[in-house]
Design a protein around this ligand. Structure first.
Ligand code: SF4
Length: 369
């Protein structure tokens, strides 16, 4: 399990190694076709900042070689904000008082129809809070079955599950699972996740192994930028990605680097990542792993997304609502976070085409299941 592997990488030591990188390390990393984790550290270090232009060109070259100019489109559908956890940075934290919603199957179907009216989406990401009793695996299975006729590709971002449950859900049309470790800082993890199932660092970090064991087709991973030193967190994530590739080599992987947005909980980020740093991180990941999908949600603004689309990104959401029932049933309910890019899917498509990208709505067919 990855939690054992992670014991080989101390947080402070990793931070020290990153911050000790110099110009020569960056140039050596940029000269290689195949990078190791030390090279990745060099590319996310402050020493790489003057090399942004060179990194962008390399990132674009690898992205074009592997993915062409394609941006694959997806849309999230929040089906419940019921949650038994108390993540200090999240509006759905169980201590926040507001009406909780668990969409019924008929309401989920209404949401599917509303999304289909917005654009030709075929990739749907089902999102929930974490409430295993009220919205556990049975509920997720029902939701997948309701959505299946409307979309060719179904992923979900839900609580980490046992391996058998992942396997069971693949029989109901589940293709991909996204999970955010939030931070790999084991010591401070509990500070941000003081109670509930999510407070168990090991259960969460080893969830990726359980997905791999269940043969999930695509695994999405990410850390929440704003909690801990982002350079150390993304390096831990790169180590995790390498580990997963080695053990579950049939699986496809995607990464995502959400920057913290304002929420009901009024938690202020401990660390602020600039646009320039986010670009550096994106390029570093592409140069490190030529095959990984890099996804940008509507947390990022239109200008940034238009620019990064041709330099490393491969997947984007559009028209997103981050409240359950937000497309049709409860359009005014509480959002998990405020989106930055409020363009319609049609506008996003037009802007991506202007940036020279090829927008793809369907890249999977149910027949492959
Ligand atoms: S981040 Fe997820 S698990 Fe944590 S409080 Fe919000 S919805 Fe619940």
């Amino acid at each position: 399990m990855f939690s054992d592997e992670l014991l080989n990488y101390g947080w402070e030591d990793t931070t020290r190694r990153i911050m000790s990188k110099r110009t020569a390390d960056v140039e050596a990393a940029l000269g290689k076709e195949s990078l190791d984790i030390d090279d990745f550290m060099a590319l996310v270090s402050p020493a790489a900042s003057p090399y942004l232009e060179q990194m962008a060109l390399l990132s674009r070259r690898y992205t074009r070689q592997r993915f062409g100019k394609v941006i694959s489109m997806y849309i999230p559908m929040y089906i419940t904000n019921s949650c038994t956890n108390s993540c200090v940075y999240c509006g759905f934290n169980r201590h926040n008082k507001f009406p909780r919603v668990i969409l019924a199957p008929g309401q989920i179907e209404d949401e599917c129809r509303a999304i289909r009216r917005m654009g030709p989406f075929e990739n749907l990401l089902l999102v929930t809070g974490e409430n295993p009793r009220a919205a556990g695996t049975d509920y997720l299975e029902t939701a997948l079955r309701v959505c299946r006729p409307y979309f060719n590709n179904l992923s979900m971002e839900v609580m980490p599950l046992p391996s058998d449950d992942y396997l069971r859900l693949t029989k109901s049309g589940l293709n991909g699972v996204v999970c955010f470790q939030e931070t790999y800082n084991r010591t401070n993890y509990k500070k941000y996740h003081p109670a509930g199932m999510k407070s168990d660092f090991e259960w969460r970090v080893n969830g990726f192994d359980r997905m791999g064991q269940a043969g999930i087709h695509k695994i999405g991973m990410g850390v929440l930028i704003g909690l801990e030193d982002w350079r150390t967190d993304v390096t831990m994530m790169a180590i995790h990605l390498q580990y997963l590739r080695k053990h579950y080599w049939r699986t496809r992987y995607s990464v995502n680097f959400p920057r913290m947005r304002p929420s009901e909980g009024h938690f202020q980020p401990n660390v602020v990542m600039t646009d320039r740093e986010l670009a550096q991180l994106t390029f570093a990941f592409r140069i490190f792993d030529h095959d990984v999908d890099i996804s940008f949600s509507t947390r990022e603004n239109a200008v940034f997304r238009n620019n990064i689309a041709s330099l490393g990104a491969t997947s984007m959401s559009a028209g997103s609502k981050t409240d359950p029932g937000g497309y049709h049933t409860y359009p005014q309910s509480l959002e998990q976070f405020a989106v930055s890019d409020e363009r319609t899917p049609v506008q996003v498509e037009a802007d991506l085409k202007k940036a020279g990208c090829e927008v793809v709505w369907k890249d999977w067919d149910k027949i492959f299941d």
